[in-house]
Write a protein that binds this ligand. Structure first.
Ligand code: CU
Length: 187
């Protein structure tokens, strides 16, 4: 087997290997961004659920309710603060970065989870002795489908370049062999 044939084989194996890896990886991908509607119940001194898990790019709609007294909901890094009144379908939503704006009365708090990582949400309205300990966590997982698509594209690009390089090399050798300049061709 010549060097070019070997390289062609290598490139073929590489492409198969890359597709296998991508294929095995894809089913675990998080999927396209979606709207996530989550009910968060506040009570002295916890949130239910204590952890909210979403994927990057998801539109998160929180229905915040209180089961006892007035609570707050401050979500770090997302510039979001809400006051939750008991027995009210509305929450008062404000942006901490814009204190001059009047709070909005909304039935749901909506934001796009564009930043990945773990972010705390905590009570921002003094609700009792244990108020400072009332908090929860928003987990925004990176969108692997998005990353996978980019990775697959890059992989195919590299495999394509390699293949083109190998084939180009192979035809070059063939051209030399057929040019008649080989010592065996001289009578
Ligand atoms: Cu509270």
């Amino acid at each position: 087997m010549s060097r070019s044939e070997l390289l062609r084989w290598g490139a073929g194996v590489l492409v198969v290997l890359a597709s296998t890896v991508i294929g095995a990886w894809m089913p675990r991908a998080s999927g396209p961004p979606q709207v996530r509607r989550i009910e968060v119940k506040a009570r002295q001194y916890a949130y239910d659920p204590p952890t909210i898990e979403v994927n990057q790019g998801d539109t998160v709609r929180l229905k915040l309710t209180s089961q006892d007294v007035v609570h707050g909901f401050y979500l770090e890094a997302y510039d979001l603060q809400a006051t939750i009144m008991p027995q009210s379908p509305y929450v008062e939503v404000s942006r901490p970065s814009r204190p001059e704006e009047k709070p909005e009365k909304l039935e749901e708090v909506e934001f796009v989870a564009d930043r990945t990582g773990k972010f705390r949400y905590r009570c921002s309205h003094t609700c009792g002795t244990m108020h400072p300990f009332m908090s929860g966590e928003l987990v925004v997982k990176p969108n692997r489908l998005l990353g996978g698509g980019v990775g697959a594209f890059a992989g195919m690009l590299i495999a394509g370049c390699l293949l083109a390089c190998v084939l180009g090399n192979g035809s070059g050798e063939a051209a030399v062999a057929n040019s008649g300049r080989s010592p065996h061709a001289i009578p």
